[in-house]
Write a protein that binds this ligand. Structure first.
Ligand code: ADP
Ligand code: MG
Length: 368
C-alpha cells in the first residue's frame, strides 16, 4: 500500500535502480504456532507482494525509502558496520545487512526503495515479505551465493536477532518458496517441504479484520516460553515430539500450559489430516479441521480477538464456506476460509460487509 503519491526511485536518488525484486505475503491454511515447536505448517502465497528497487553504491552508505510507512517517511540512512536497532521499519533493512555480514558475505552500500501491497501487521507476513525481498535484491545485485533454504533462515535471523521478533521459520519459507496455486507443506524440523495442490472444488478466501497486531510484543514471546516450559515438563525437546496419544499427559500439566501444549499437539495432527484431505480431494473433511483449529487457537492458545471470532462466525453462516479460522500469529490480523470454487468473491464481500456493520472496523477482502 503506497501512501499518497510516493516519489519514484529516480526522484529520490537521482538515478534508476539496477535491480528489482518481489516477494509475496502469505496466508497460512493451517498449522499455527507450530513452527517454533518444530512442527508442520501449510502456507500459501497471496497475490499481494512487496517490491524492492535497488542500486549498489560505491561507498558503505545505505539510503532507504519505504513508500508504505507514511509517518516514518523520508529517506533514512545508515553506514554498513554501524547498524543499530531501534529505528522502526529501517531495522529490517539494517538487520538484513548485518545478518549477511555476520555470515561472511561482502557487499557495498546501496540505495533502496520499498513498496508493498501486503497489509502491515495483519497476519499476512509483510515483515517476511520485506526480509525475503531485500535478500533477493541483494543476492542479485552483489552475486551472493545464497541458496533457497539458507535465504529463508537468514530472513528469520533478521527478525529474531535484530528486530527482536521471536518468530518461527514459516514466514520467510512461505514468502520465498510458496506459490498461490498450491500449499507449501513444510516440516519445520527437517526443513523438507512439498507443494500440495488445492482440489478443484475449493478456493481460498482471505479477509483482513483491520485490527493490527504487533508480534514483537509480549504475548507471542509468552506463548513461546509456555511451549518450551511444557515440553521441558513433559521431558521432550520440543512439542513436536508428542502425538495425540500423549494428550492425556499433556492435559495433566498445570493451566495454561496444558491448553497451550494441547493446541500445538492437536494442530500438528490437523495439518497432517488437512494434507491428506487435500491429496484425496476429501472436501468434507477440510471444513471441520479449519473450524477445530480456530476453536483451539481461541480457547486453548488464546490468540484470537472478538473481531476475528466474528469473522469466523459470519463465515460459518455461509453455506458455501467449508471452514474458516484465524490465520497468522493472532491478536488481530486476518482469517482464511475455504469456499466452494466460484463462490469465494461474493461470499467474502458479504462477510466483509456484515463484519464492518457489526464491529465498527473495516474489513478488507484480499483473496479472491
Ligand atoms: P506482519 O509481518 O504480520 O505484517 P509484523 O509486525 O511482523 O507484521 O511486521 C510489520 C513490520 O514490518 C512493520 O511495522 C514495518 O516495520 C515492517 N514492514 C513490513 N512491510 C514494510 C514495508 N513495505 N515498508 C517498510 N516496512 C515494512
Ligand atoms: Mg511478521
Amino acid at each position: 500500500m503506497e501512501t499518497g503519491t510516493a516519489p519514484s526511485f529516480e526522484a529520490l536518488f537521482g538515478h534508476p535502480p539496477s535491480v528489482v525484486a518481489h516477494a509475496p505475503g502469505r496466508v497460512n491454511l493451517i498449522g499455527e504456532h507450530t513452527d517454533y515447536n518444530g512442527g508442520f505448517v501449510l502456507p500459501m502465497a497471496i497475490p499481494q507482494r512487496t517490491h524492492v528497487e535497488l542500486r549498489p553504491r560505491k561507498d558503505r552508505t545505505v539510503r532507504a525509502f519505504s513508500a508504505t510507512v507514511g509517518s516514518q517517511g523520508g529517506v533514512q540512512e545508515f553506514v554498513l558496520g554501524q547498524q543499530a536497532p531501534g529505528r522502526g521499519w529501517l531495522d529490517y533493512v539494517q538487520g538484513v545487512t548485518l545478518v549477511l555480514q555476520r555470515e561472511g558475505f561482502s557487499f557495498d552500500g546501496f540505495d533502496v526503495r520499498i513498496s508493498s501491497e501486503v497489509p502491515v501487521g495483519s497476519g499476512l507476513s509483510s515483515s517476511a515479505a520485506l526480509d525475503v525481498c531485500l535478500l533477493r535484491a541483494l543476492r542479485e545485485a552483489f552475486s551472493l551465493q545464497l541458496e533457497d533454504v539458507r535465504l529463508a533462515l537468514l530472513g528469520q535471523k533478521v527478525e529474531n536477532d535484530f528486530v527482536g521478533a521471536p518468530v518461527g521459520v514459516m514466514d520467510p519459507m512461505a514468502c520465498h518458496l510458496a506459490d498461490g496455486g498450491s500449499a507449501l507443506f513444510l516440516d519445520t524440523r527437517s526443513m523438507s517441504f512439498e507443494r500440495v495442490s488445492l482440489p478443484a472444488g475449493v478456493e481460498p478466501i482471505v479477509i483482513n479484520s483491520g485490527v493490527a497486531h504487533n508480534h514483537a510484543a509480549g504475548d507471542y514471546r509468552t506463548r513461546r516460553a509456555e511451549c518450551e516450559r511444557a515440553a521441558a515438563l513433559l521431558g521432550v525437546p520440543q512439542l513436536r515430539d508428542l502425538t495425540e496419544a500423549d494428550l492425556p499427559r499433556v492435559a495433566a500439566l498445570p493451566d495454561p500450559l496444558g491448553r497451550r501444549a494441547r493446541h500445538v499437539v492437536s494442530e500438528d495432527a490437523r495439518v497432517l489430516a488437512t494434507v491428506t484431505a487435500l491429496r484425496t480431494g476429501d472436501l468434507a473433511a477440510l471444513g471441520p479441521l479449519l473450524y477445530a483449529s480456530h476453536v483451539s487457537q481461541r480457547d486453548d492458545y488464546e490468540v484470537s480477538v472478538p473481531q476475528i471470532d466474528l469473522l469466523v462466525e459470519l463465515a460459518r453462516g455461509e453455506p458455501d464456506v467449508l471452514g474458516a479460522r484465524l490465520t497468522g500469529g493472532g491478536f488481530g490480523g486476518s482469517i482464511v476460509a475455504l469456499a466452494r470454487t466460484g463462490t469465494g468473491a461474493a461470499v467474502a464481500q458479504r462477510i466483509a460487509r456484515a463484519y464492518s456493520a457489526r464491529s465498527g472496523h473495516s474489513a478488507t477482502v484480499l483473496v479472491p
